[in-house]
Design a protein around this ligand. Structure first.
Ligand code: NAL
Length: 326
Protein backbone atom coordinates (compact mmCIF):
# COMPACT_ATOMS: atom_id res chain seq x y z
CA UNK A 1 0.00 0.00 0.00
CA UNK A 2 1.30 3.48 -0.80
CA UNK A 3 2.26 5.60 2.23
CA UNK A 4 -0.50 8.18 1.80
CA UNK A 5 -3.09 5.39 1.52
CA UNK A 6 -1.74 3.69 4.64
CA UNK A 7 -1.75 6.94 6.61
CA UNK A 8 -5.30 7.82 5.59
CA UNK A 9 -7.00 4.41 5.30
CA UNK A 10 -10.26 4.26 7.22
CA UNK A 11 -10.03 7.97 8.04
CA UNK A 12 -13.33 9.81 7.84
CA UNK A 13 -11.71 13.19 7.32
CA UNK A 14 -8.27 14.48 6.30
CA UNK A 15 -7.47 18.15 7.01
CA UNK A 16 -6.05 18.96 4.58
CA UNK A 17 -5.28 16.33 1.97
CA UNK A 18 -2.52 18.48 0.56
CA UNK A 19 -0.77 18.86 3.92
CA UNK A 20 -0.99 15.14 4.70
CA UNK A 21 0.32 14.27 1.22
CA UNK A 22 3.35 16.37 2.00
CA UNK A 23 3.89 14.45 5.26
CA UNK A 24 3.44 11.14 3.45
CA UNK A 25 6.25 12.12 1.10
CA UNK A 26 8.73 12.14 3.99
CA UNK A 27 7.17 10.34 6.99
CA UNK A 28 10.33 9.16 8.77
CA UNK A 29 10.60 10.62 12.24
CA UNK A 30 7.50 12.77 11.87
CA UNK A 31 5.63 13.05 15.15
CA UNK A 32 1.98 12.18 15.40
CA UNK A 33 -0.15 12.15 18.53
CA UNK A 34 -3.41 11.00 19.96
CA UNK A 35 -4.53 12.27 23.35
CA UNK A 36 -6.77 10.32 25.69
CA UNK A 37 -8.48 11.29 28.88
CA UNK A 38 -7.25 8.44 31.06
CA UNK A 39 -9.82 5.79 31.83
CA UNK A 40 -9.04 2.48 33.50
CA UNK A 41 -10.45 0.24 30.80
CA UNK A 42 -9.96 0.60 27.05
CA UNK A 43 -13.03 0.24 24.88
CA UNK A 44 -13.49 0.02 21.12
CA UNK A 45 -13.44 3.82 20.74
CA UNK A 46 -9.88 3.91 22.08
CA UNK A 47 -8.88 0.97 19.91
CA UNK A 48 -10.09 2.64 16.72
CA UNK A 49 -7.58 5.48 17.09
CA UNK A 50 -4.97 2.97 18.31
CA UNK A 51 -5.38 1.10 14.99
CA UNK A 52 -4.58 4.33 13.21
CA UNK A 53 -1.47 4.79 15.39
CA UNK A 54 -0.35 1.28 14.42
CA UNK A 55 -0.76 2.25 10.72
CA UNK A 56 1.30 5.39 11.31
CA UNK A 57 4.08 3.47 13.08
CA UNK A 58 4.15 1.16 10.09
CA UNK A 59 4.52 4.25 7.87
CA UNK A 60 7.64 5.20 9.86
CA UNK A 61 6.22 7.92 12.06
CA UNK A 62 6.91 8.46 15.76
CA UNK A 63 3.83 8.07 17.89
CA UNK A 64 3.13 10.17 20.96
CA UNK A 65 0.28 9.14 23.25
CA UNK A 66 -0.79 11.94 25.52
CA UNK A 67 -2.27 10.68 28.77
CA UNK A 68 -4.33 13.82 29.25
CA UNK A 69 -4.61 13.83 33.03
CA UNK A 70 -5.19 17.56 33.40
CA UNK A 71 -7.86 17.43 30.67
CA UNK A 72 -9.66 14.57 32.40
CA UNK A 73 -9.54 16.60 35.60
CA UNK A 74 -11.01 19.65 33.84
CA UNK A 75 -13.72 17.39 32.41
CA UNK A 76 -14.76 16.25 35.90
CA UNK A 77 -13.42 12.70 35.72
CA UNK A 78 -12.21 12.49 39.32
CA UNK A 79 -9.41 13.51 41.64
CA UNK A 80 -5.94 13.91 40.25
CA UNK A 81 -4.75 10.80 42.06
CA UNK A 82 -7.53 8.63 40.66
CA UNK A 83 -6.84 9.87 37.18
CA UNK A 84 -3.11 9.09 37.47
CA UNK A 85 -3.83 5.55 38.47
CA UNK A 86 -6.18 4.91 35.56
CA UNK A 87 -3.60 6.41 33.19
CA UNK A 88 -1.03 3.78 34.18
CA UNK A 89 -3.56 1.03 33.51
CA UNK A 90 -4.44 2.58 30.18
CA UNK A 91 -0.81 2.63 29.09
CA UNK A 92 -0.36 -1.07 29.96
CA UNK A 93 -3.43 -2.00 27.90
CA UNK A 94 -2.29 -0.01 24.86
CA UNK A 95 1.00 -1.89 24.85
CA UNK A 96 -0.79 -5.20 25.29
CA UNK A 97 -3.00 -4.26 22.33
CA UNK A 98 -0.02 -3.84 20.02
CA UNK A 99 1.48 -0.34 20.15
CA UNK A 100 5.24 -0.92 19.93
CA UNK A 101 6.68 0.02 23.30
CA UNK A 102 10.04 1.19 21.85
CA UNK A 103 8.37 3.44 19.28
CA UNK A 104 5.67 4.97 21.41
CA UNK A 105 6.24 7.92 23.68
CA UNK A 106 3.74 8.14 26.53
CA UNK A 107 3.51 11.64 28.00
CA UNK A 108 1.44 12.89 30.90
CA UNK A 109 -0.16 16.26 30.28
CA UNK A 110 0.81 17.42 33.75
CA UNK A 111 4.51 16.98 32.82
CA UNK A 112 4.43 20.21 30.80
CA UNK A 113 1.01 21.83 31.16
CA UNK A 114 1.83 23.37 34.53
CA UNK A 115 4.98 25.16 33.36
CA UNK A 116 5.14 28.94 33.48
CA UNK A 117 5.64 29.43 29.74
CA UNK A 118 2.74 27.13 28.93
CA UNK A 119 0.49 28.96 31.38
CA UNK A 120 1.29 32.35 29.90
CA UNK A 121 0.64 31.02 26.37
CA UNK A 122 -2.64 29.63 27.61
CA UNK A 123 -3.67 33.01 28.98
CA UNK A 124 -2.79 34.60 25.66
CA UNK A 125 -5.06 32.09 23.90
CA UNK A 126 -7.82 32.84 26.40
CA UNK A 127 -7.54 36.49 25.43
CA UNK A 128 -7.70 35.70 21.73
CA UNK A 129 -10.71 33.33 21.86
CA UNK A 130 -14.37 34.14 22.47
CA UNK A 131 -16.33 32.11 25.00
CA UNK A 132 -18.75 31.12 22.30
CA UNK A 133 -15.98 29.78 20.05
CA UNK A 134 -14.42 27.71 22.84
CA UNK A 135 -17.80 26.31 23.90
CA UNK A 136 -18.63 25.26 20.38
CA UNK A 137 -15.28 23.50 20.07
CA UNK A 138 -16.08 21.52 23.20
CA UNK A 139 -19.68 20.55 22.38
CA UNK A 140 -18.95 17.06 21.00
CA UNK A 141 -16.56 16.18 23.82
CA UNK A 142 -18.48 17.25 26.91
CA UNK A 143 -21.98 16.98 25.44
CA UNK A 144 -24.37 19.46 27.01
CA UNK A 145 -22.18 19.73 30.11
CA UNK A 146 -20.16 22.74 29.05
CA UNK A 147 -21.33 25.09 31.76
CA UNK A 148 -18.10 25.46 33.73
CA UNK A 149 -15.03 27.55 32.98
CA UNK A 150 -12.94 24.35 32.95
CA UNK A 151 -14.76 23.29 29.78
CA UNK A 152 -13.65 26.34 27.82
CA UNK A 153 -10.06 26.11 29.07
CA UNK A 154 -9.96 22.48 27.93
CA UNK A 155 -9.96 23.02 24.13
CA UNK A 156 -7.45 25.86 24.43
CA UNK A 157 -5.05 23.55 26.26
CA UNK A 158 -5.57 20.87 23.65
CA UNK A 159 -4.67 23.50 21.04
CA UNK A 160 -1.47 24.43 22.84
CA UNK A 161 -0.46 20.80 23.34
CA UNK A 162 -0.20 20.38 19.60
CA UNK A 163 2.58 22.99 19.67
CA UNK A 164 4.21 21.95 22.94
CA UNK A 165 4.48 18.28 21.96
CA UNK A 166 6.06 19.42 18.70
CA UNK A 167 3.65 17.45 16.57
CA UNK A 168 3.40 17.15 12.81
CA UNK A 169 -0.03 15.54 12.70
CA UNK A 170 -2.97 15.40 15.10
CA UNK A 171 -5.16 12.28 15.15
CA UNK A 172 -8.50 11.86 16.88
CA UNK A 173 -12.02 10.62 16.53
CA UNK A 174 -14.41 12.79 14.55
CA UNK A 175 -15.60 14.18 17.91
CA UNK A 176 -12.25 16.04 18.14
CA UNK A 177 -12.65 17.88 14.83
CA UNK A 178 -13.94 21.16 16.26
CA UNK A 179 -11.00 21.38 18.66
CA UNK A 180 -8.58 20.69 15.82
CA UNK A 181 -10.25 23.37 13.70
CA UNK A 182 -9.96 25.81 16.60
CA UNK A 183 -6.27 24.91 16.86
CA UNK A 184 -5.75 25.59 13.15
CA UNK A 185 -7.31 29.02 13.58
CA UNK A 186 -5.67 29.99 16.86
CA UNK A 187 -2.10 28.66 16.70
CA UNK A 188 -1.07 31.31 14.13
CA UNK A 189 -2.31 33.97 16.60
CA UNK A 190 0.64 32.94 18.79
CA UNK A 191 2.95 32.68 15.75
CA UNK A 192 2.86 28.88 15.90
CA UNK A 193 2.42 26.68 12.81
CA UNK A 194 -0.86 25.17 11.64
CA UNK A 195 -0.86 21.34 11.81
CA UNK A 196 -2.84 18.87 9.72
CA UNK A 197 -5.35 16.53 11.36
CA UNK A 198 -6.77 13.10 10.65
CA UNK A 199 -10.14 12.00 12.03
CA UNK A 200 -11.31 8.45 12.51
CA UNK A 201 -15.01 7.59 12.19
CA UNK A 202 -17.34 7.21 15.12
CA UNK A 203 -18.81 3.72 15.13
CA UNK A 204 -22.61 3.47 15.55
CA UNK A 205 -24.23 2.03 18.64
CA UNK A 206 -24.11 -1.77 18.46
CA UNK A 207 -27.74 -2.50 19.24
CA UNK A 208 -29.50 0.24 17.29
CA UNK A 209 -27.11 1.28 14.52
CA UNK A 210 -27.87 4.89 15.46
CA UNK A 211 -25.75 7.61 17.03
CA UNK A 212 -22.38 6.67 18.44
CA UNK A 213 -21.11 3.71 20.35
CA UNK A 214 -19.73 4.93 23.64
CA UNK A 215 -19.06 3.74 27.13
CA UNK A 216 -21.41 6.29 28.69
CA UNK A 217 -24.53 5.38 26.76
CA UNK A 218 -25.53 2.27 24.86
CA UNK A 219 -23.38 -0.79 24.37
CA UNK A 220 -19.67 -0.90 23.75
CA UNK A 221 -17.10 -3.65 23.98
CA UNK A 222 -14.20 -3.24 26.34
CA UNK A 223 -11.08 -4.96 27.61
CA UNK A 224 -13.15 -5.95 30.62
CA UNK A 225 -15.54 -8.16 28.68
CA UNK A 226 -15.28 -11.91 29.11
CA UNK A 227 -15.53 -13.94 25.91
CA UNK A 228 -19.16 -14.83 26.70
CA UNK A 229 -20.12 -11.16 27.32
CA UNK A 230 -18.55 -10.19 24.05
CA UNK A 231 -20.35 -12.96 22.15
CA UNK A 232 -23.65 -11.95 23.68
CA UNK A 233 -23.17 -8.28 22.76
CA UNK A 234 -22.20 -9.10 19.18
CA UNK A 235 -24.99 -11.63 18.76
CA UNK A 236 -27.62 -9.10 19.78
CA UNK A 237 -26.15 -6.38 17.54
CA UNK A 238 -28.15 -4.71 14.79
CA UNK A 239 -27.10 -6.31 11.50
CA UNK A 240 -29.41 -5.79 8.52
CA UNK A 241 -28.23 -7.59 5.37
CA UNK A 242 -26.94 -4.35 3.83
CA UNK A 243 -24.12 -1.90 4.44
CA UNK A 244 -26.38 1.12 4.05
CA UNK A 245 -29.57 0.70 6.02
CA UNK A 246 -32.33 3.29 5.53
CA UNK A 247 -32.09 6.79 6.96
CA UNK A 248 -29.39 7.60 9.52
CA UNK A 249 -28.79 3.98 10.43
CA UNK A 250 -25.48 2.21 10.06
CA UNK A 251 -24.60 -1.45 10.13
CA UNK A 252 -22.41 -1.67 13.25
CA UNK A 253 -21.36 -5.28 12.56
CA UNK A 254 -19.89 -4.28 9.20
CA UNK A 255 -18.33 -1.17 10.73
CA UNK A 256 -16.54 -3.29 13.31
CA UNK A 257 -15.22 -5.58 10.57
CA UNK A 258 -14.05 -2.58 8.57
CA UNK A 259 -12.43 -0.50 11.30
CA UNK A 260 -11.38 -3.07 13.88
CA UNK A 261 -10.87 -6.48 12.31
CA UNK A 262 -9.57 -6.07 8.75
CA UNK A 263 -6.85 -3.53 9.70
CA UNK A 264 -5.37 -6.07 12.13
CA UNK A 265 -5.71 -9.39 10.26
CA UNK A 266 -4.55 -10.33 6.75
CA UNK A 267 -7.32 -12.84 6.29
CA UNK A 268 -10.69 -13.49 7.88
CA UNK A 269 -12.12 -17.00 7.87
CA UNK A 270 -15.84 -17.58 8.40
CA UNK A 271 -16.17 -21.16 9.55
CA UNK A 272 -19.26 -22.94 8.25
CA UNK A 273 -20.26 -26.60 8.13
CA UNK A 274 -19.97 -28.21 4.67
CA UNK A 275 -23.77 -28.48 4.39
CA UNK A 276 -24.00 -24.66 4.52
CA UNK A 277 -21.34 -24.14 1.90
CA UNK A 278 -18.15 -24.61 3.93
CA UNK A 279 -15.66 -21.98 5.10
CA UNK A 280 -15.45 -18.54 3.52
CA UNK A 281 -12.15 -16.63 3.40
CA UNK A 282 -11.84 -12.88 2.96
CA UNK A 283 -8.72 -10.81 2.34
CA UNK A 284 -10.53 -7.49 2.37
CA UNK A 285 -13.55 -5.82 3.89
CA UNK A 286 -15.26 -5.07 0.56
CA UNK A 287 -15.75 -8.71 -0.38
CA UNK A 288 -17.19 -9.58 3.03
CA UNK A 289 -19.64 -6.66 2.84
CA UNK A 290 -20.63 -7.66 -0.69
CA UNK A 291 -21.32 -11.26 0.42
CA UNK A 292 -23.49 -10.06 3.30
CA UNK A 293 -25.50 -7.96 0.84
CA UNK A 294 -25.90 -10.74 -1.69
CA UNK A 295 -27.00 -13.22 0.98
CA UNK A 296 -23.97 -15.48 0.48
CA UNK A 297 -22.94 -14.63 4.06
CA UNK A 298 -25.65 -14.95 6.71
CA UNK A 299 -25.72 -12.25 9.46
CA UNK A 300 -25.50 -14.94 12.15
CA UNK A 301 -22.26 -16.29 10.64
CA UNK A 302 -20.90 -12.76 10.28
CA UNK A 303 -21.60 -12.08 13.95
CA UNK A 304 -20.04 -15.33 15.17
CA UNK A 305 -16.89 -14.57 13.18
CA UNK A 306 -16.78 -10.97 14.37
CA UNK A 307 -16.97 -12.08 18.01
CA UNK A 308 -14.10 -14.54 17.51
CA UNK A 309 -11.76 -11.95 15.98
CA UNK A 310 -12.67 -9.17 18.43
CA UNK A 311 -12.04 -11.59 21.27
CA UNK A 312 -8.58 -12.31 19.90
CA UNK A 313 -7.87 -8.57 19.71
CA UNK A 314 -8.87 -7.80 23.27
CA UNK A 315 -7.49 -10.98 24.90
CA UNK A 316 -3.98 -9.58 25.70
CA UNK A 317 -5.42 -6.40 27.24
CA UNK A 318 -7.95 -8.40 29.25
CA UNK A 319 -5.10 -10.53 30.58
CA UNK A 320 -3.13 -7.39 31.49
CA UNK A 321 -6.10 -5.92 33.37
CA UNK A 322 -6.44 -9.13 35.39
CA UNK A 323 -2.75 -8.96 36.31
CA UNK A 324 -3.05 -5.32 37.39
CA UNK A 325 -6.12 -5.99 39.50
CA UNK A 326 -4.87 -9.14 41.24
C1 NAL B 1 -6.85 14.82 23.47
C2 NAL B 1 -7.50 14.93 24.66
C3 NAL B 1 -7.08 15.85 25.58
C4 NAL B 1 -5.99 16.65 25.32
C5 NAL B 1 -5.33 16.54 24.14
C6 NAL B 1 -4.23 17.33 23.86
C7 NAL B 1 -3.58 17.20 22.69
C8 NAL B 1 -4.02 16.30 21.81
C9 NAL B 1 -5.11 15.51 22.05
C10 NAL B 1 -5.77 15.61 23.22
C11 NAL B 1 -8.64 14.03 24.96
C12 NAL B 1 -9.75 14.22 24.01
C13 NAL B 1 -10.95 13.35 24.37
N1 NAL B 1 -10.18 15.62 23.98
O1 NAL B 1 -12.07 13.79 24.23
O2 NAL B 1 -10.74 12.20 24.76
Amino acid sequence: MDTYDLITRNAEEVVTEEEVRKLAGDPDGKRVYVGYEPSGVLHLGHLLTANKLIDLQEAGMEVVVLLADVHAYLNGKGTFEEIRETAEQMKAQFIAYGLEEENTEFVYGSEFQLDEEYTLDLHQLELATTLNRAQRAMADIAGSETATVSHVVYPLMQTLDIEYLDLDLAVGGLDQRKVHMLAREELPELDYDVRPALHTPIVADLTSGEGKMSSSEGVTISMEDATEDLEEKVNSAFCPPTRDPEGDLENPVLELFEYHVFPRFDEIVVERPEQYGGDLTYGEYESLAADLESGELHPADAKGTLATYLDELIAPGREKLREIRD
